[in-house]
Design a protein around this ligand. Sequence first.
Ligand SMILES: [Zn+2]
Length: 247
Amino acid sequence: MLTPLRLAVLVVLFCAFPAAAADRTIYLTFDDGPLTGTSNILDVLEAEQVPAAMFMVGMHAQASAANKALVQRARNMPLVTIGNHSYSHAYNHYQHFYSDTEGVVADMLRANAVLGLKPAVHARLPGRDVFRLPSMSKDDNSLGLAKEGREDPDYEFVAASGFYLYGWDHEWVHENSGKPVQSVDRLVSEIDHLFSYGQFVKPGKLILLMHDEMFQDVFNGKANLTALITALKLRRYAFGAITGYDG
Ligand SMILES: [Zn+2]
């Protein structure tokens, strides 16, 4: 029998459900471009009309006329936020890079100049899952106790130089070749699981880390990214622009 109490519970559940659905937001982020794969990403974002952040490397932007054109194309897309992912990508020697705070700041500022970015700039440090935002900060937990705190001056000085720094909650991992590790189905089930049980840096918000090289034709980049976005739309996830993440 539907007692008044049961009815009240049902009404509360019914009213709460839409709010819960709207509270599941995914932030697509792509690192290391412009590279082979970048144009496929831009094609899919345009077709699917979803926002994304492209954290670009200054050195890659300067590498060729084609790469410069990709930066320009991304800049002209209202749904794309171009972010700074350093000039040199630390030449992939992170420990050495982060031992020189002034050098880190200079490298980030150099990428601003190349990418045409003006403060406040949305950025991701190379090789580090670090957040420095007006409302919160988080260090890279993977560095281990021995190194804990050692790079804090780098992060603080970069942030103070006009950067919002973003890490990530989950990664679509790739092999050295750039080949994606998880299938789209596997990744989607990981995301479902995280929203059911996971702890995010910000509640209800998942920053997904991907890399441009994963979306080359040789890895079916266009089809994979389209399949991912389609599956997430079907599950009624919202897609957020990184500029609204800290709001
Ligand atoms: Zn990177």
